[in-house]
Design a protein. Structure first.
Length: 378
């Protein structure tokens, strides 16, 4: 979702080759009927590129101690079976482990054939635009995403339906406003709930019928009771740091215990940190030296084990690793350090100092000494 600008990167790159007015028409055609929920990011329902590339080889999902490539993981998860039986899925685990990205992978898998068709149509439209001819239509995604994020003040009506006052012919009236959950439920698509465990449990209690896999319709009050009928392509993906049982509320401040009736409406998958080789590969692709990347991941895993054993409380996600790497690369460049610099010198002058602004300084004062010990790995 953050990469929506990339959806039209092909058109942008060719903008100097295509008559601008025709190019804009192509962009408008591909951007129409934008789906949006209450407080949600906007989704283009005519994607021509997948949001996130599939993880292959070293890019693996760590699920219950086993590592899977993304496609293998989704196959193991039984995506087709989940969709056929109208089950919802939830991914939970520490921050920065790829829960949201995996949800997008799932959406892309469901929408894959249509995205591929739109990509072919787009290539044809670029040629048609150059020739000044009428453009071909893009196909709407069968599973567009209706994206919502949760917080402690979330209300069920923010996701379902509410009303607003409008003026018609000089008279005020109440008008129905369908929010993300009702739009996905009635029009077909994926209700994508991020940080579900940040919302009060009462929010989901009012959505039990809507999230019930076998429901046919739901009733809500919107200026009178109204029945909403389920589209066959409706499903829900939820992500959160906890599995809603009140665990890890200290580690993830704001997460709340959830009603078990709500939890029972999902199939649950724990997503742990990526395997060591995958994180090393990502750091190397980010520009870090191979020997330094290996030591950084080693230090990160030591810190994670310290957190698991409750020696101290700090999360060390892939996001933190990349931030640490970026800061270290900046410090190395500023000091003229390069591949010829010894590992010890590079570590002491760039990597260790970079750790403080990126993650060490946010730890409890009593934990910093222990974290520093894990950073002294040479």
């Amino acid at each position: 979702m953050q990469d929506l600008d990339n959806v039209f990167s092909v058109m942008d790159r060719l903008s100097n080759l295509t008559p601008q007015s025709v190019l804009q028409a192509a962009q408008l055609q591909a951007q129409q009927q934008v789906v949006e929920g209450s407080g949600a990011l906007k989704e283009n329902p005519y994607l021509i590129e997948r949001r996130v590339p599939f993880f292959e080889d070293g890019y693996a999902i760590n699920h219950d101690g086993y590592n899977y490539g993304t496609k293998d993981f989704l196959r193991m998860m039984g995506v087709g079976r989940q969709v056929r039986r109208k089950y919802n899925v939830a991914f939970y685990g520490p921050a920065g482990t790829g829960k949201t990205a995996l949800g997008y992978h799932l959406a892309d898998l469901l929408n894959g054939p249509t995205i591929d068709e739109n990509a072919e149509t787009h290539q044809q439209n670029l040629k048609l635009a150059e020739d000044g001819k009428e453009l071909l239509p893009y196909k709407p995604l069968p599973y567009p995403i209706y994206h919502v994020s949760c917080h402690e003040a979330s209300r069920s009506e923010d996701f379902t339906v509410t009303t607003k006052i409008v003026v018609k012919e000089g008279q005020t009236a109440m008008e129905e406003v369908r929010n993300a959950a009702i739009k996905a439920y009635t029009e077909g698509g994926i209700l994508f709930i991020e940080e579900y465990d940040m919302a009060p449990p009462g929010v989901w209690a009012e959505m039990h019928d809507l999230l019930e896999p076998n429901s046919k319709s739901v009733t809500y009050w919107a200026n009178g009771h109204k029945e909403y009928h389920r589209h066959p392509n409706f499903m829900c993906i939820a992500t959160g740091n906890t599995k809603g049982l009140g665990e890890a509320t200290v580690d993830f401040a704001g997460s709340q215990q959830q009603n078990k009736a709500f939890l029972s409406r999902f199939r649950w998958f724990k997503i742990a940190y990526l395997p060591e080789r995958a994180e090393i590969r990502i750091l190397k692709e980010n520009g870090m030296r191979s020997d330094v990347a290996e030591k950084m991941v080693l230090a990160a895993n030591r810190i994670r084990k310290g957190t698991e054993s409750e020696e101290f409380q700090i999360e060390m996600s892939l996001r933190d690793l990349l931030s640490w790497s970026d800061e270290a690369l900046d410090l190395a460049e500023a000091q003229g350090l390069d591949s010829s610099t010894s590992l010890v010198n590079y570590w002491e002058r760039a990597v260790q100092p970079a750790a403080y602004p990126t993650f060490v300084n946010r730890a409890e004062e009593s934990d910093i000494v222990g974290i520093q010990t894990y950073l002294n790995i040479l």
